[in-house]
Ligand binder design. Structure first.
Ligand SMILES: [Zn+2]
Length: 406
């Protein structure tokens, strides 16, 4: 992923260079935008994010736990602290006073602000929570993380094979679920109690599971040829549901999957009834969207998001779909020339990926992906915001990078 990010950043750098004939140079500031100054201030003011966090907690709204959709990009709350897992960077806490990301490591002597990194910000593949505990999936082991103490406790290890990897970890009913390599090309589902203990092998499938999700004692998974299957977690009855599908997310017994067809025009999101082994379409033309599930509501955007700026919400209890159109204040910063520290980072003209992955009172926690041209900022590809549900307000949560810059 890191290599890909750098590659993307490098190709963007190349494109820019070929236009201007020069290496990137400092620009005077935002352009093509009447209220650009306001926009810039709007973006760079992390105190606004802190204000929103305060508003949410004071209104008595708790941040609910995120769905496991973002195995590799997860956000959740434990004990009123908001944690965000950043792929390639590790687990961070959002400081409620400053609205900035902070490492969860508490070791005063640790090098986590340098490129050397630290064990608490090492490259986990995925992080998940059951509301009390945090578990991380590493290449060949899983660990329990204590985010308050800033400690990591290895739980179990297996023999790693690059051809039998699965980047997913899940929690359900007091167990943590993971897929451990069983041979050079196959893996199997295991679970162990959240408090630790002996890992228990559940599946005997002899295939390569690439994606899975667990809820209410059922598991939905996809193998390496994109066959979607489901079973009770004891794997007593395995059902093949569909081809060319992959799992999206699950929670409270609701399961969702989507197409992996090469043509995004046929893309759909399905709700899966795992006990009746039935599927129904709940959204079409979603492209390669990801979806976030919370309290029976599935949030997603469609492949024409760039034009419509619409976020959708499927209500599983009624079968209805509602939408939010992002207001002009939000659209304003789609055209991106944001100054960044003393240097300048140029963002693509349009935000084409804005994912919900947290719902807190009137606000959504959203993730935006954009590509800076400077490889040095490859880490800054991901940006995190609070977005008011009616689309009128947005505030960025800031990073402190290795150099201590916000
Ligand atoms: Zn550290």
């Amino acid at each position: 992923m890191k290599k890909l990010c750098i590659l993307l950043a490098l190709s963007a750098l190349f494109l820019f260079s070929s236009c201007s004939g020069n290496a990137p140079e400092k620009l005077p500031g935002p352009v093509g935008n009447d209220e650009s100054e306001k926009s810039d201030e709007y973006i760079r003011n992390s105190e606004k994010a802190a204000e929103i966090m305060k508003k949410i907690t004071e209104s008595g709204n708790e941040f609910p736990i995120g769905s496991d959709m973002f195995n590799s990009q997860n956000a959740f709350v434990i004990g009123n602290r908001l944690y965000i897992f950043l792929l390639d960077r590790g687990l961070f806490e959002v400081n409620p006073t400053t609205g900035k990301f902070e490492p969860i490591c508490r070791d005063p002597l640790c090098q986590h602000k340098s490129e050397e990194g630290c064990p608490m910000t090492e490259f986990y593949r995925a992080v998940v929570t059951d509301g009390e505990n945090v578990f991380a999936l590493h290449m060949d082991y899983i660990s329990k993380i204590d985010p308050v103490e800033g400690k990591l406790i290895p739980m179990c290890r297996w023999k790693h094979s690059p051809n039998a990897m699965c980047g997913v970890i899940a929690c359900d009913g007091g167990y943590v679920y993971f897929a451990a390599c069983a041979s050079d090309t196959t893996n199997e589902i295991y679970r162990m109690p959240v408090e630790g203990g002996e890992p228990e092998q559940l599946s005997h499938l002899n295939e390569h599971i690439v994606n899975f999700t667990v809820s209410n004692g059922y598991i939905l998974w996809t193998n390496s040829v994109w066959t979607l299957k489901c079973a009770p977690v004891d794997f007593s009855e395995v059902t093949v549901l569909a081809e060319k599908m992959t799992t999206m997310t699950s929670g409270n017994g609701l399961f969702f999957c989507n197409c992996v067809d090469e043509d995004p025009r046929v893309s759909r999101i399905y709700e899966v009834d795992v006990s009746a082994q039935k599927m129904k379409v709940v959204a079409e033309n979603v492209g390669y969207t990801r979806a976030f599930l919370c309290d029976g509501k599935l949030y997603y955007h469609k492949d024409n998001f760039q034009e419509t700026k619409q976020l959708f919400c499927y209500h599983a209890d009624t079968g209805e779909t509602t939408s939010t159109t992002l207001g002009p204040d939000i659209i304003r910063f789609k055209t991106g020339k944001f100054s960044f520290d003393s240097d300048t980072v140029i963002f693509h003209d349009d935000v084409d990926d804005l994912r919900v992955y947290g719902v807190c009172g009137d606000y959504l926690l959203v993730f935006m992906y954009d590509a800076p041209i400077d490889p040095e900022y490859a880490y800054e590809l991901s940006r995190y915001f609070f977005l008011k549900k009616d689309g009128t307000e947005m505030a960025e949560i800031f990073f402190e990078d290795f150099r201590g810059n916000a």
